[in-house]
Structures are given as C-alpha cells and as structure tokens.
Design a protein around this ligand. Structure first.
Ligand code: AMP
Ligand code: MG
Length: 335
C-alpha cells in the first residue's frame, strides 16, 4: 500500500480518507493517533490488524467538541460535563456509558466508551471535516514506544496505512489521562497529561489505582494488562537517593550493549555509555515530551539493556513513571 505524506494544511484530504474507510496517522498534543472512522467497523478492524493490537483492548474515540458527547454516550454525569468544559480540548479521556451507535469493535464489547477531544488544530480540523468520531489508538506497533513525531510514524507505519499527517512534534508527549466517570468516586485508569491534582480540583475525591491487573482478574482498562511502550532492549528503572550510587552501578556494566536514559546534564557521569538526556530533573513536563523519542533513539540493534532514571511521582511525573514502569515490565533496582 502507498502511504501518502500530508502536511498539516492537508486536513481535508485526511478527512476524506477517513470518511472512505482509510487509516490516517494524525498528530495530537499527546502522541500521534492511528485514526479511522469510529462508525465503520471494517476500518476499525484494520487499526487492530495494522498495530497487531489485541482485540480486547478498546479504542478511544476522538470528537471535535463536547457537543458530540450526547450522540455517543448516555447517562452522562454532570461531573463529566464539568470536566469537558474545564479540560477539553486537552489530554483527558473520559470513560462513559455508550450508546449502541458505537460499534462493538471500538469498545471491545464493553458497555462503556472512551471519549476525548484532542488539543491540536490539525486533529480537530480533520475530525470536524470527516464529520464522524475518529477511533484512534497510539500510532505505533502494539507494545512499542508511542510515536511523537511524523518521522516515528513513517518508521512504524509506511506501507501499512493510507496517510500520515505531519503536525510536528507532540507537545505533551505521553498519552491522555483516562478517568472512569461511570464509577463514584471517579477513578483514574491511566495517568497522563492532566494531573490527579487538576482533576481533584474539579471532582473532589478521585481514586488512582493504576496497578497492573493480576491474571484472572477482569481489567477495567483492558490495555493495562499488556507490556507496553517497550523498546526491544530490556529496560530497568534505577533509583537511589544518592546519585553517585546510580552512576557507579551503571558504570560497572560493560559499555557495549548498555544505554542510559538520563536527566539533562548527566551524560558526562556515564562515560563510554550511549546516553539520551530526556529532560531536566524536577521538570516532568520536559521528560514527558521527550520520553518516547529518547526510548526510540536508544533502541539500536547493538543495545541490549537500557537503564532509566525516573522522576518523582507527582503531577505529570506520575505519567512518566507509569510509562517507564510498563516499559520495564516492573524491573526496578533501588540502590
Ligand atoms: P491507546 O489509545 O493505545 O492509548 O489505548 C487506549 C486505552 O484506553 C487503553 O488502555 C484502553 O484499555 C483504554 N480504554 C479504551 N476504552 C475503554 C473503556 N471503555 N473502558 C476502559 N478503558 C478503555
Ligand atoms: Mg497505545
């Protein structure tokens, strides 16, 4: 299949492809999404095939305004409307009861649907012009780090999708916060660009369980049970209150095959190792923005293990830690 490369101005073409049942990688403020007409079950099925995504992992539908909520959702609580008014367009996905117009392929047969209004002009324009909700998971191969530039999408998806819309690098860099609005108090299923603290200001009490699901248990966000965001190399999170212990430990490993995902200015502490500085210590926003690009950069043929520095788990740091924990499959060394 030939993949068209579109500029951010070519949203009409992107919308046309989506309307005709095609797949388009679309920029959003969080990560790139692999979009299709959410009402076209065959097009949605192709998203799963292209990504190699398990069928039981439902998709988020993207709308261009909160006015569209009533078309796809029912029993919408007032608190959900308040969140939409406060945070949309933006990196917040709400789980709501679904109407039957949303195909089962999108929701993996659940009685609920995930909805978001992205804060990116090219995404909003594409959805508006398509005139349909756009189902879109992250535009990466399933399990791999998400795509935050058009170049990442070209790498992963050329020949597999109809078009890639280049909207530049993503501003937030990690996926949206998912909050389940069908339970009380509302529950965060995935931390992301909108923080717990921000949600609490609008909602009051919010539950935060984001722990992985034990085998046999039914996951509330089905995507939580899969290893995710992972480069080919084995990722290990490395923590200590004493930085020198981290430097000494990593430097005791052979240079060959070892890479380090570190904070700005730390490369010099790992002489001989391949390093990617992904953000300033204490500035989780900068880390979120560069996390996936740096994981991709370090995922070279010759690299077998990546040691990762992790921010403290507050604000957007919670989302960064969550992605690193998933990428590492829970491999954490505390020194
Ligand atoms: P992705 O688009 O790849 O970031 O993945 C979407 C995430 O949303 C996955 O983790 C899904 O499990 C989650 N999700 C989508 N729809 C629902 C739903 N109805 N209920 C709970 N989680 C959902
Ligand atoms: Mg994803």
């Amino acid at each position: 299949m030939k993949t068209e490369l579109l500029t951010a101005a070519e949203t009409a073409r992107a919308a046309e492809i989506i309307r005709n049942g095609g797949l388009v990688a679309i920029p959003t403020e969080t990560v790139y999404g692999l979009g299709a007409n959410a009402l076209d079950a065959a097009a949605v099925k192709r998203i799963f095939e292209v990504k190699g995504r398990p069928q039981d992992n439902p998709l988020i539908i993207h709308v261009s305004s909160a006015d569209e909520l009533d078309a796809w959702c029912r029993d919408i609580p007032a608190a959900a409307r308040a969140l939409a008014a406060e945070f949309w367009p933006g990196p917040l996905t709400m789980i709501l009861k679904r109407k039957s117009a949303v195909p089962d392929t999108v929701t993996a047969g659940l009685d609920t649907v995930a909805v978001r209004c992205p804060d990116h002009p090219a995404a909003l324009e594409t959805i508006r012009l398509a005139g349909v909700p756009v189902a879109a998971p992250s535009a990466n191969l399933s399990g791999k780090p998400s795509t935050t530039t058009a170049q990442h999408c070209i790498h992963d998806l050329t020949g597999k999708v109809d078009a890639i819309l280049d909207g530049g690098p993503c501003r937030v860099g990690v996926e949206s916060t998912i909050v389940d609005m069908t339970v009380r108090p509302p529950r965060i299923l995935r931390p992301g660009g909108i923080t717990l603290e921000q949600l609490e200001r609008t909602l009051g009490r919010v539950r935060t369980e984001t722990s992985p699901v034990k085998s046999g248990e039914t996951p509330k966000a089905p995507g939580m049970k899969y290893r995710h965001y992972s480069p080919k190399a084995e990722v290990t999170i490395i923590k200590s209150d004493i930085k020198q212990k981290i430097y000494d430990y990593v430097n005791s490993m052979p240079d060959e095959g070892t890479a380090v995902l570190c904070f700005d200015g730390e490369s010099g502490s790992f002489p001989g190792k391949l390093c990617a500085e992904y953000g300033a210590e204490g500035d989780a926003f900068s880390m979120a923005e560069r996390l996936f690009a740096c994981l991709r950069e370090l995922d070279r043929e010759d690299i077998t293990r990546i040691y990762a520095r992790c921010p403290s788990g507050e604000g957007v740091g919670r989302a960064v830690c969550n992605r690193l924990e998933k990428a590492s499959g829970g491999r954490i060394i505390c020194l």
